[in-house]
Write a protein that binds this ligand. Structure first.
Ligand code: UD1
Ligand code: UDP
Length: 359
């Protein structure tokens, strides 16, 4: 069996890494294809380095652009490779344009698509990611749902039960495989002069938040108040999209917020684990906060990860400063004793074993 693993962005590199490691371990015939949706060193190569991943065999270099430009370039570039290599399965992960473009190209060539992290739904179709998830799930042959809830979302949409397997989320594998390595290698607390528990972590990059001047301005205002109430620094490893918008909108970052380069995975895991709380609009970071038992405030009105809300350790707060501060206070007083709903850290192995068993 030949599996083509496609990835293109930071979270896909992280969440595909356990699958790639397992393929290497088995000596499987697989290829690694990078669309190049993310390309800056700190959003891309740094993760291959930290996670000790092999170099991709193919690079499409699609870069940035509008949704149609990006998706179209991915489709065209990948089609050429698939026609030549004819893999048995194309494996994609998550909800980015890389995922949709790749799934479309493969499905039209009658090549089976495997969707890792299938069945997540925010029920908000203004999000580009929701469109990508929906369409990919409906053309995939293998749906690797992380939780029972994700599976039930797929069944409700009429997707054939035979195609769905609940495997947990490979993000758990990634956290467990890397946290000890991070402890041994990273000097992040010394480098940033931080005490564990003595800071907040902030990330924001969602199109609907940071491309909107008012919402981005509200987020910054909320952080100013957060700093003045708790007196703790707010570490803000800023996504390139967000830096660009701060500049375009002429928004300056107040005292107390420390803008950092996007962090390497090992550094970021440690920063997450010892944060007083994490404020984020990221999908993967909501999951990691939950796995690491760190209080999380999600800067959105909805989430496709409601399992994290049910633990009491994550609260939806949108971008209104008053709501954000209230959510911080509530989540900080919650008991951090929940069970991680995303699996046992063996999802990558389960996914590959299912594919192997099916051929
Ligand atoms: C994409 C995904 C989003 C995911 C995020 C992970 C889609 C629709 N969005 O959003 O679901 O949560 O990745 O981080 O697929 N840029 C750089 N260097 C890079 C990459 C991007 O400078 O390596 C800048 C460019 O100005 C670019 C902007 O960031 O225009 C946005 O990049 P893009 O890949 O379009 O979307 P993300 O916001 O990264
Ligand atoms: N991440 C990182 N450094 C950072 C910010 C995020 O290593 O400075 C990792 C984080 O641990 C998680 C992934 O990137 O595994 C999440 O990516 P992102 O928030 O960009 O995308 P999303 O999960 O929202 O699609």
């Amino acid at each position: 069996m030949h599996v083509a693993i496609v990835l293109g962005t930071r979270p896909e590199i992280v969440k595909m890494s356990p699958i790639i490691r397992y393929c290497e371990e088995l000596g499987l015939d697989y290829s690694l294809i990078h669309t190049g949706q993310h390309y800056s060193y700190e959003m891309d190569a740094a993760f291959f380095h930290d996670l000790e991943l092999p170099k991709p065999g193919y690079k499409l270099n699609v870069g940035s652009g509008t949704h149609a430009e990006q998706t179209g370039k991915i489709m065209v570039g990948l089609e050429r490779i698939l026609i030549h290599d004819r893999p048995d399965v194309v494996l994609v992960q998550g909800d980015t344009n890389t995922v949709l473009g790749s799934a479309l190209s493969a499905a039209k060539l009658n090549i089976d698509v495997g969707h890792v992290e299938a069945g997540l739904r925010s029920r908000d179709r203004t999000m580009p990611e929701e469109i990508n998830r929906l369409l990919t799930d409906h053309i995939a042959r293998y749906l690797f749902a992380p939780t029972e809830l994700a599976r039930s979302n797929l069944l409700q949409e009429g997707i054939d039960e035979e195609k769905i397997r609940v495997t947990g989320n490979t993000v758990v594998d990634a956290v467990l495989q890397n946290i000890e390595i991070a402890e041994q290698r990273s000097r992040i607390f010394r480098d940033l002069d931080l005490m564990p528990g003595g800071y907040f972590v902030l990330t924001a990059h969602r199109q609907e938040n940071v491309d909107n001047r008012e919402k981005l301005g509200n987020l910054i205002a909320a952080m100013r108040e957060l700093h003045s109430i708790y007196g703790l620094p707010i570490l803000f490893p800023a996504h390139p999209r967000t830096l660009k918008r701060l500049d375009e909108f002429g928004l300056s970052v107040p005292e107390g917020i420390r803008i950092l380069e996007p962090q390497g995975y090992l550094e970021f895991l440690l920063l997450e684990r010892s944060a007083r709380a994490i404020l984020t609009d990221s999908g993967g970071i909501q999951e990691e906060a939950c796995i690491l038992h760190v209080p999380c405030i999600t800067l959105r009105e909805n989430t496709e990860r409601p399992e994290t809300l049910e633990t009491g350790g994550n609260i939806l707060a949108g971008t209104d400063p008053g709501r954000i501060l209230q959510a911080v206070s509530t989540v900080l007083s919650a008991e951090a004793s929940w069970t991680n709903p995303f699996g046992d850290g063996r999802s990558g192995k389960k996914i590959v074993d299912i594919l192997l068993g099916d051929r």
